[in-house]
Design a protein around this ligand. Structure first.
Ligand code: AMP
Length: 516
């Protein structure tokens, strides 16, 4: 947090920037988190951007255009953060995903500003499983939207804080008397996370986390779309997926039917295309059968995470449900079968993350004003961090891990490597993120070069590589060639990052609501 900023009048605000929906909350005068409705009066804003001829439309209105202007709509941008461009061209041009996310944040900022006064400093949440690259892209999206991030916090941690608040653990008198262990199962629209946390007193400690950034409610929708489209094709000999607008409309109707199937045992899905029509009935049983493998993937990750934390189910006190997709009855049933406990849906599935982020913002602002913190957070890294090292015998490029996943942050760790040749003039350290032993199967997240090494440096000279990894997910790398004064330091920035100039340009365009 920037110590020069005056936060005295700053409201504590948290934003859950979701794959399908986003939400914003602030702390009222009593310190209670309150969700701020958008200009349409809704608590959730669809994270959808529509490029109309003259303007950029965000939210519910953008979503409506899916059945008429599907090709000009961007959705699920969160899944593409970290890439250079969003996968489809919109209105004849390519946009970076962070700029599209920024349009969503900009609407949220403006709408909330009307209700609670202008806001700038916010905490934004990310899936715990987000890697370094995606965290940085989220940070850039906030900047483009004219916001200043006071922190990024993991979604399951935010949900656990909201839970702790609701349970009264954050009050002086009722802090958790014994450690409470939570398994947070967070299935949203586009991402899945599972996290094991411990609340000890008023400390929220993450013990292990895992997940899938490419799994969410959208995949369940997609199965329904396939079912109906296949039935239509079989009946009428034409495929409704061929037309983007029909496909868009079908998608919307399937998402609707999916919600119906959470409350009832069957739903009818309409499909009209090329003058033909079909009303396809789907039962909950058929839907659950067609999506069983998706649920099984979450069950697998859940078991693995429990194991990574070194626990059995009897060690877990509560299984906390977070994310809109946990409303599907099959999720609770699966978790109950797995854990032998009734999952806890006491936190508002759609609002808990924004509430936890606002509570975290409140606590950071209070700390800045000299008030003792109400609670504290300890996080782990969700991916191992290492460097590329060449195996002497096989010459294979290996991932030499320096900070294993699920290590508590902040951490400084080091490892010694050796120069390969004598008289080497520079050393290149390639930093990778991932679990595989093969470096090429990991994500390369940066490089750090030490140049101008002294002449005649012998082969096998030790090189110390030191990583400093902070709670906000930022990594600094220090490389020192031992016995010399040569060293290099680098804060990792991703390859596809926008330059500071590009960020400024996008910021002007997005916050000025003009088209670039
Ligand atoms: P979130 O990202 O947490 O807002 O979750 C959004 C996802 O939850 C979307 O895929 C929605 O379709 C899904 N969702 C919301 N309500 C329900 C419901 N009642 N039944 C099934 N899925 C739902």
């Amino acid at each position: 947090m920037n110590s020069n900023t005056d936060y005295d009048d700053t409201l504590a605000v948290g934003i859950d920037l979701g794959t399908t929906n986003s939400a914003i909350a602030y702390l009222d005068q009593s310190g209670r988190p309150i969700t701020v409705p958008n200009a349409e009066g809704d608590k959730l804003t669809p994270s959808v951007v529509f490029f109309d001829d003259e303007s950029v439309v965000v939210g519910k209105e953008a979503l409506k255009a899916i059945s008429t202007n599907a090709i000009d709509i961007a959705q699920c941008m969160k899944r593409e953060l970290g890439r250079r461009f969003y996968d489809k061209e919109l209105g004849g041009r390519h946009y970076p995903p962070e700029a599209l996310e920024a349009w969503v944040l900009d609407k949220i900022r403006r709408d909330a500003g009307r209700a609670i006064g202008e806001l700038r400093h916010v905490v934004v949440t990310v899936p715990a499983y987000f890697d370094e690259v995606r965290r940085k892209a989220t940070q850039d999206a906030a900047y483009i939207a004219g916001l200043e991030l006071i922190d990024i916090i993991n979604e399951p941690t935010a949900a656990a804080i909201a839970y702790g608040y609701e349970q009264g653990f954050l009050n002086d008198s009722t802090s958790a008397s014994r450690p409470t262990r939570l398994l947070v199962y967070d299935l949203g629209g586009g991402t899945f996370d599972v996290t094991i946390m411990e609340i000890v007193g008023r400390e929220f400690i993450t013990l292990a986390t895992d997940g899938d950034v490419l799994l969410g409610g959208q995949d369940w929708d997609s199965r329904l779309v396939e079912m109906v489209a296949d039935a239509f094709l079989a009946e009428h000999g034409v495929d409704p997926r061929e037309d983007a607008n029909t496909h868009g409309r079908l998608w919307r109707d399937c998402e609707d039917a999916k919600r119906t199937l959470s409350a009832r045992t069957k739903a009818n899905i309409p499909c009209d295309f090329g003058g033909k029509s079909l009303r396809h009935e789907v039962t909950r049983e058929q839907f659950e059968h067609a999506t069983r493998d998706l649920l099984d993937r979450t069950a697998f990750t859940t078991r693995q995470t429990l194991q990574a934390a070194g626990f059995a189910w009897r060690d877990i006190d509560r299984v906390l449900l977070v994310g809109g997709s946990t409303r599907m009855p099959a999720v609770s049933q699966m978790l109950e079968q797995l854990s032998g406990k009734t999952p806890d849906a006491s936190v508002a599935a759609d609002e808990a993350v924004a509430h936890g982020a606002a509570l975290h913002a409140g606590q950071l602002l209070a700390r800045h004003r000299g008030v003792p913190p109400q609670f504290s957070i300890r996080n782990v890294n969700s991916h191992s961090l290492g460097v590329v090292a060449t195996e002497p015998a096989s010459r294979r490029r290996r991932n030499a891990i320096i900070i294993p996943r699920n290590t508590h942050l902040p951490i400084t760790a080091k490892r010694i490597f050796k120069t390969q040749k004598s008289n080497q003039s520079s050393v290149l350290v390639q930093i990778v993120e991932g679990e595989s032993a093969a470096a090429d199967e990991c994500v390369q997240i940066g490089r750090c070069t030490v140049r101008d090494l002294p002449e005649m440096l012998p082969a096998q000279t030790p090189i110390e590589v030191r990583f400093r990894y902070l709670e906000n997910g930022r990594l600094t790398v220090l490389v020192n060639v031992q016995g010399t004064d040569r060293w290099a330091q680098r804060e990792i920035s991703r390859d596809h990052s926008l330059t500071p100039e590009q960020l400024e340009t996008w910021r002007t365009f997005v916050t000025g609501t003009s088209r670039p």
